[in-house]
Design a protein around this ligand. Structure first.
Ligand SMILES: Cc1cc2nc3c(=O)[nH]c(=O)nc-3n(C[C@H](O)[C@H](O)[C@H](O)COP(=O)(O)OP(=O)(O)OC[C@H]3O[C@@H](n4cnc5c(N)ncnc54)[C@H](O)[C@@H]3O)c2cc1C
Length: 412
């Protein structure tokens, strides 16, 4: 009788060799490319751009040259053709050096490009996709308003159809990439506005609004932010701004689905930014605790310092595992990841802020100045508890989802 052939790998071997953080050669290569790019191009400019609250447009265009701006757009349409894990790798690596720059990258690549690509038609893609994937144009997404953030369905911006145009009226607040500098608008925006449905009820619709549209202007570049100062944040004004009907994304009333679906990848990207902050802070505090001496010994020998380092490492690793596991399961072609996209951002944002705080404490006075990086990361980390959904919003959403079907999150 012929001996039974053993399978080449046993399931337990597969399970052990599977690398959650870079499962394929493509992911490994991407991380290497990013590490090299960050060391050569990102790190040297980070402190200066934070200090001067300046967005680095030149560096942004270099991410276009690397093919990172359309990372989630299929390759056959001119994008990077990569998955959510790849998006997480990019945000984690950029943020380990310059979260402010990374926020501008996220606003363009995920909030604009990914959202636009998923909801546009052929004609719109042929007119705009190449310009935003290359970085020739800077894009952003306009959801929040001066009086409305978490309660997004209460938005007041309204679009009224007049012939072949819509007229948009309202104000959008806190828009990343809203401006390039104090005077110059970003190039193209995905704007959510209310339209009246056939049943007389308000629905959400999304529109592409370009710099130069009549009635569209820069209200103000928002100055003196706590952190994320290397990204430009602006208030934008729509005063019967003219948008051709051809630049409405999808059908009238479709935009709630656009928004909910895109928020999922946005939150995973923001959670990945906290991972980058956490990793860098663990690295800085561990090295410092080895080198710095007090009372005749390295401070790593003190139990209280060990608590900062040990807890920081473990909570960073736990958050990282959760983020990559959610990214691995995510399918960008459909919604359905809300529970865990809220979950990863909730856990990772808190981790990022606490680990950065621990790093400052371990470094003492040196932690409190820019040169040692962690004070900038600490300031940047705070935004991740607010932007893309506040911590309270994530708690609310998770509770709502679990109250509808508790086995959804716990079933495996
Ligand atoms: C630097 C920066 C960049 C940003 N970039 C963009 C961008 O590119 N595009 C964009 O559209 N927006 C952007 N935002 C806006 C961001 O998404 C909002 O700030 C966020 O959603 C919170 O909204 P809010 O600031 O209006 O706070 P509010 O919603 O007014 O919340 C105030 C407080 O009330 C709490 N709260 C509200 N509702 C509830 C509730 N039901 N239960 C419990 N607590 C509640 C909140 O959690 C918070 O603590 C950005 C913000 C910042 C600061």
């Amino acid at each position: 009788m012929e001996a039974r052939k053993e399978p080449e790998t046993r399931p337990e071997q597969d399970a052990r060799s599977f690398d959650l953080f870079q499962p394929t050669d493509e992911h490994r290569m991407l991380r290497r490319t990013l590490r090299d790019f960050v060391e050569r191009e990102v790190e040297p400019q980070a402190l200066e751009h934070d200090r001067h609250e300046r967005f680095n447009l030149e560096l942004f265009r270099k991410t276009g040259e690397l093919g990172l701006l359309g990372i989630t757009v299929p390759a056959e349409d001119g994008g990077g053709g990569m998955d959510p894990i790849a998006a997480v790798i990019v945000h984690e690596e950029l943020s380990s050096s310059d979260p402010g720059f990374c926020l501008a990258y996220l606003a363009h690549a995920l909030l604009f490009v990914n959202n636009f690509y998923r909801n546009s038609n052929e004609d719109q893609r042929s007119r705009y996709l190449a310009k935003v994937v290359s970085g020739e144009w800077l894009g952003g997404m306009c959801m929040s308003e001066p009086d409305v953030g978490t309660d997004v369905l209460g938005m007041k911006t309204r679009a009224v159809k007049k012939g072949e145009k819509y007229l948009l009226t309202g104000r959008k607040m806190w828009i990343t990439n809203g401006s390039i500098d104090e005077k110059t608008l970003g190039d193209i925006f995905l704007v959510y506005a209310k339209t009246e449905g056939a049943d007389g009820k308000d629905k959400l619709s999304s529109f592409l609004v370009r710099k130069g549209a009549a009635g569209f202007s820069l209200g103000q570049k928002i100055k003196d932010k706590t952190g994320m100062r290397a990204s430009s944040t602006a208030e934008l004004v729509f005063d019967a701004a003219e948008v051709p009907v051809l630049d409405r994304l999808g059908a009238e009333g479709d935009a709630l689905m656009h928004m909910m679906r895109n928020l999922e990848i946005e939150r995973v990207g923001l959670a990945a930014m906290s991972l980058g902050i956490g990793r860098r802070c663990v690295e800085v505090m561990s090295r410092y605790a080895n080198d710095r001496k007090a009372f005749g010994k390295p401070i790593r020998d003190f139990g209280q310092i060990q608590r900062y380092i040990g807890r920081s490492y473990a909570s960073w690793k736990a958050a990282r595992t959760y983020v990559y596991d959610v990214a691995r399961r995510m399918d960008l072609s459909r919604p359905g990841n809300r529970l865990d996209s809220d979950g990863v951002k909730l856990v990772a944002a808190e981790m990022g802020k606490e680990v950065a705080d621990n790093a400052i404490q371990v470094l003492g006075g040196y932690g409190y100045v820019g040169e040692y990086v962690v004070e900038r990361l600490w300031r940047d980390a705070k935004l991740l508890e607010i932007g893309g959904g506040t911590m309270e919003a994530h708690e609310k959403n998770i509770t709502k989802d679990l109250s509808q079907d508790v086995s959804r999150g716990l079933g495996e």
